[in-house]
Write a protein that binds this ligand. Structure first.
Ligand code: AMP
Ligand code: GLY
Length: 426
């Protein structure tokens, strides 16, 4: 079987790495892929990103299964387009992907279906947004309504920061947010205290199967300082997701969401990612939905997955998830993102990666923002690599992942030293 992975980040490199291990899979294509998937002799990059062109290519190539990594092609209707032409694809339709692509949609959905989340208001008028912030006070959270690769959120600890964020998102629009219909909007919501975790499931439209739990590190700097990023490192499992938290996340968030989407006439298929806030009292709230796997959560999660991912995704496209039990490596996997100089605001591209360590079965440097140029691997995006390793416990996985990072070299590389610190403290 030929399979296609859509995207070009670390998540897609990990998906392709895992899929090519399946005895059912003859060839894995990655569109557009990155420097790492180009270097890997088992993978083939396809330089096509446009939805219709890729669908035509997939038909011509007789692709048996397509899996979409990032949100943008999902929000652009790639699943609808492939299905309309009889191609098997795993992911949500454009309508279902609104759970991620529109904060206004997902917040209204959660309110309607009683799914626990922070209270909020939506604004397109800056004056009203400013007045609302003054009325509610800080801390408060300002979110752009649109896709901003995890960077359209400001957790404002002071009123001044909140006002600045409103101007930034509604007036100056310097974030590069892809706005939804009706122009720039912000969602302003109450601040939730607690510890975050990533809760990702597979949905076939009928059955929901949880993947292993994980925890990301959203801030750029150690000890969760600095600006929000797409994620600077992750590990799996996340001990903060106790069996009780797991039960509550499934019963109070995931299942009502999947049932709610069905009741609203928008059945959900694909990966569904709930960003959880686990409050000090044990209440579990939804920070956000993503209609895809997390990046970098995918890298440690897939390193722990022992089941054949191609088989699992085939079952998911045939509404047979009820027959699948996922097998997980008992060990801990931990991934450290190595980012480019200037990330997240203005990452520098084109730095030559002068050293990369050798990969093994349980220690892999997944590529993200890399490209091949004149035979060299160069940086080509904000998050460049994700060094991911399995270990007997969090401390061991941490040590092994940082051993990998020690073998990486390029100008301006930045990474956190404390990935996994919350679990190391426990
Ligand atoms: P989001 O893209 O909505 O997940 O937001 C990005 C990050 O901002 C989250 O991972 C949290 O760290 C933080 N955040 C978002 N919403 C809230 C909230 N209501 N309270 C506290 N922190 C939040
Ligand atoms: N790592 C967070 C995300 O993928 O949204």
């Amino acid at each position: 079987m030929k399979v296609l992975v859509v995207g070009g980040g670390g998540r897609e490199h990990a998906l392709a790495w895992k899929l090519k291990q399946s005895p059912r899979v003859a060839q894995v294509f990655v569109a557009p892929g990155n420097g790492g998937t180009a270097l890997d002799r088992d993978l083939v990059n396809v330089p096509i990103s446009e939805v219709r062109a890729l669908r035509e290519w997939a038909q011509a190539q007789d692709i048996a299964l397509t899996v979409v990594g990032p949100e943008a092609p999902l929000a652009a209707g790639m699943v609808d387009e492939f299905r309309a032409h009889g191609l098997r694809i795993f992911g949500p339709t454009r309508a279902a992907a609104q759970l991620e692509s529109s904060k206004a949609f997902s917040k209204a959905f959660m309110k309607r279906h009683g799914i626990p989340t922070a209270t909020y208001e939506t604004f397109s008028d800056p004056a009203q947004a400013h007045a609302y912030v003054d009325q509610v006070g800080a801390p408060i959270v300002v979110k752009a309504d649109g896709l901003a690769a995890g960077k359209g959120v400001v957790v404002a600890m002071t009123l001044a920061e909140a006002h600045e964020a409103i101007d930034f998102m509604l007036v100056d629009n310097t974030l590069g947010v892809a706005h939804n219909e009706g122009g720039a909007r912000v969602v302003i919501e109450s601040f939730l205290p607690g510890e975050e975790a990533s809760f990702i499931v597979l949905c076939d439209g009928k059955t929901v199967t949880a993947l292993a739990t994980s925890q990301d590190h959203k801030r750029l700097l150690d000890a969760d300082q600095g600006p929000n990023t797409g994620g600077m490192g992750a590990y799996s499992p996340a001990p903060v997701v106790t069996p009780e938290v797991h039960r509550r996340a499934m019963e109070e968030i995931i299942l009502p969401t999947v049932r709610g989407m069905e009741a609203d006439g928008i059945p959900y298929t694909g990966f569904l990612y709930a960003g959880l806030m686990i409050e000090p009292g044990g209440t579990v709230k939804t920070l956000e939905f993503n209609c895809r796997m997390g990046d970098p959560e995918t890298q440690p999660i897939l390193m722990r997955l022992q089941s054949d991912l191609a088989e699992v995704l085939l079952a998911a496209t045939e509404q047979r998830l009820d027959q699948v039990t996922l097998q997980w490596d008992e060990r801990v996997a931990l991934g450290v993102v190595v980012a480019a100089d200037g990330y997240p605001l203005s990452p520098r591209k084109g730095d030559v990666i002068t050293a990369l360590p050798l990969n093994s079965a349980d220690a892999v440097v997944f590529h993200a923002g890399t490209a091949m140029k004149d035979g060299a691997v160069v940086t080509a995006g904000g998050r460049v690599l994700c060094a991911t390793a399995l270990g007997a416990n969090v401390a061991d996985a941490h040590r092994r992942a940082y051993d990998l990072v020690a073998g990486v070299a390029f100008d301006g590389m930045q990474y956190r030293r404390d990935i996994g610190y919350r679990a190391l403290k426990k």
